[in-house]
Design a protein around this ligand. Structure first.
Ligand code: FES
Length: 171
């Protein structure tokens, strides 16, 4: 096997599907050509969404390859920010803010209600794979505390009743 064939065999680029490439290219286009690496956060988000909400080493390698970055630079970002998942998550990831404003306005009750309703604790996934409960830091929506995020949607001023209505409305 020639070196070129070997490198091709090692390439992970094929793991990024066409739609994701188009999305990543949109991120890349936001930055000057020499700052292509700045698209790493957006690119990780894109491939995470492509892969049912979590990243694998192979996908991170693919992003590194796509952005001409050393894999370690991508791993560092993926492990630093809480929005990236390195293990499988449920279909719906509920990110509950327990930071100061939300705590003062009842995030304990929000968490307790979710624990009771879903039968799981923070950091866990329901057996049917529908829900993952995750504790997160301030999401910048303190004015609506207590709040949580599901997918791209923020839900604020939560009460047990509104939480039930939100979860009932999910597929
Ligand atoms: S403290 Fe919860 S959104 Fe800011």
């Amino acid at each position: 096997m020639t070196m070129a064939q070997h490198n091709k065999a090692q390439s992970k680029l094929g793991l990024i599907n066409e739609a994701s490439r188009a999305d990543i290219d949109r991120w890349i286009a936001k930055y000057p050509p020499e700052r292509k690496r700045s698209a790493v956060m957006g690119a990780l988000r894109v491939v995470q969404d492509q892969n049912k909400g979590y990243l694998t080493n192979e996908l991170m390698d693919a992003v590194a390859e796509y952005l001409d970055l050393p894999p370690i630079a991508v791993y560092e970002v993926a492990t630093f920010y809480s929005m990236y998942e390195l293990e499988a998550v449920g279909k719906h990831k509920i990110c509950v803010c327990t930071n100061i404003s939300c705590m003062l306005r009842g995030s304990d009750e929000v968490v307790a209600h979710l624990n009771k309703r879903l039968g799981i604790g923070l950091g866990e996934t329901t057996n049917d794979g529908r829900f993952t409960l995750k504790e997160v830091e301030c999401l910048g929506a303190c004015v609506d505390a207590p709040m949580f995020q599901i997918a791209d949607q923020y839900h604020g001023k939560l009460t047990p009743e509104t939480i039930d209505a939100i979860l009932d409305g999910l597929d």
